[in-house]
Design a protein around this ligand. Structure first.
Ligand SMILES: C[S@@+](CC[C@H](N)C(=O)[O-])C[C@H]1O[C@@H](n2cnc3c(N)ncnc32)[C@H](O)[C@@H]1O
Length: 243
């Protein structure tokens, strides 16, 4: 669905890491694209509604051009069933919301939640969020959300985690100064992993000033399905500023 026009096949070179923590950059997408067979209604929405909402962006183009009138653009990575993405789109009509999710059943669930009234300021990429990040120009996003990402608990799978130093480098490039990166997880080791990497990164500053900054979901931050499950422990909410 992503239309990358005029860009190099592999995207622009990664910027030199601004962090003390260096790791290899994973390129493979881990996790599911396909799930159980979709209902006829959801299949129909995928055929009819998804093409209308699909993100179409030229490589390097300002993502505001994807929307009729957007002062700012926010990206949600791995939106699951899309409750958070949809709530933000409805609450912020002046912001363009882009959601990336490779799991077909999650995308179908989002479509079914908004079928009667899809917000004009929402675009969907049914695929890897890294496709979008690679295509975006520098300083083009005002907020990025990584909410309850797959924790990949086994040590040999840590390289599959979405948050990696190289990914923070990429996010730092596409986020404008003062932009916010929001991360939440119910998996304490993944939260520590993220804090360690973000705090070692010169482009990000953790905004917490007290305990309620991270153990209470801030106002204006809609809940998600995985947050409601919180299978691994109490959820933690982290906010980082792009310095
Ligand atoms: C544990 S679920 C959480 C879903 C949702 N954020 C929530 O809180 O309910 C993690 C999601 O991230 C998605 N995901 C994994 N890798 C991704 C990638 N590279 N780009 C976009 N989404 C990804 C998965 O398909 C999955 O739906």
């Amino acid at each position: 669905m992503l239309v990358l026009q005029g860009g190099p096949e592999t995207g622009p070179p990664l910027p030199h890491s601004e962090s003390a923590v260096t790791e290899p950059f994973p390129t493979k997408l881990y996790g599911r694209r396909k799930g159980p067979k979709l209902s006829a209604h959801k299949e129909d929405l995928r055929r009819t509604l998804l093409p209308r909402l699909a993100l179409r962006i030229e490589h390097g183009a300002d993502p505001r051009a994807c929307f009729e009138a957007a002062d700012d653009v926010w990206l949600e990575i791995g939106f699951g069933a899309g409750e958070h993405l949809l709530a933000l789109a409805r609450a912020n009509p002046n912001v363009g919301l882009i959601g990336a999710e490779p799991y077909e059943a999650g995308v179908a669930k989002l479509l079914s939640h908004m079928a009667d009234d899809p917000p004009p300021n929402l675009r969907v990429h049914e695929g890897d969020a890294r496709d979008i990040i690679t295509a975006l120009p520098d300083g083009s996003l005002g907020r990025v959300f990584i909410l309850f990402p797959d924790p990949w608990p086994k040590t040999r799978h840590h390289k599959r985690r979405f948050v990696q130093t190289a990914m923070l480098d990429d996010l730092a490039r596409v986020m404008k100064p003062g932009a916010e990166l929001r991360f939440a997880s119910d998996d304490a080791p993944y939260t520590e992993w993220t804090l360690e990497r973000a705090m070692a990164h010169s482009a990000f500053a953790w905004t917490a000033s007290g305990r309620t900054d991270w153990n209470v979901r801030p106002p204006g931050w809609p809940p998600t399905r995985y947050e409601a499950k919180s299978l691994h422990g109490p959820p933690v909410y982290l906010r980082f500023t792009r310095t």
